[in-house]
Design a protein around this ligand. Structure first.
Ligand code: ADP
Ligand code: MG
Length: 167
């Protein structure tokens, strides 16, 4: 699978990267964010959602308690975006009650924080769907390593994805 690696040095740079990644996303697509607490998953999501035109970045907050936030849709003339946080999900049954399949059946961008919790459900969830997997980690307080892996995504603009380093 093709992968690209970036290093950001501030939350603003991470948001900017999210905006750039948004321009490559064609719904329906599943974006899976993996990484520890504070790795920058919600920060990156702000940029993706804003870049898609679905909501301003300050409206994008962690759906830790509500589990799913919805942005965009026809009213905004932007794709519908579902922002899901699986942090509190403890087992497969709880995962099922979220109805992720239904969200994925729509022509939407579905962004999932704590994608680790999908486990083997990931492949069953989105058979044949383009999936973008983004691994985030924190080499230091202010730096974030962000690795993007895509499968089944047609890269209509830049041709074949390749390794690159920002800045
Ligand atoms: P997560 O959703 O993965 O738990 P958040 O995006 O909510 O993470 O939080 C990331 C935290 O790390 C924020 O407090 C942010 O200010 C801080 N931070 C420091 N440097 C960066 C960076 N380069 N990119 C993103 N966040 C950063
Ligand atoms: Mg978060």
């Amino acid at each position: 699978m093709a992968s690209r690696s970036y290093l950001t040095r501030s939350p603003e740079e991470t948001i900017e990267l999210g905006r750039r990644l948004a321009s490559e996303l064609q719904p329906p697509v599943l974006v899976v964010l993996l990484g520890d607490l504070g790795a920058g998953k919600t920060t990156l999501t702000k940029g993706i959602v804003a870049g898609l035109g679905a909501a301003p970045e300050e409206e994008v907050t962690s759906p830790t308690f509500t589990l799913i936030h919805e942005y965009g849709g026809a009213k905004r003339g932007a794709p519908r975006v579902y922002h899901v946080d699986l942090y509190r999900i403890e087992n497969a049954r709880e995962l099922e009650t979220l109805g992720l399949e239904d969200l994925l059946a729509e022509r939407a961008v579905v962004i999932v924080e704590w994608g680790e919790k999908l486990g083997p459900a990931l492949r069953q969830l989105a058979p044949g769907r383009p999936v973008v997997e983004i691994h985030l980690s924190a080499p230091s307080d202010t730096e974030r390593r962000i690795v993007v892996r895509e499968s089944g995504v047609s890269r209509h603009r830049n041709g074949e994805a390749q390794s690159q380093e920002s800045e």
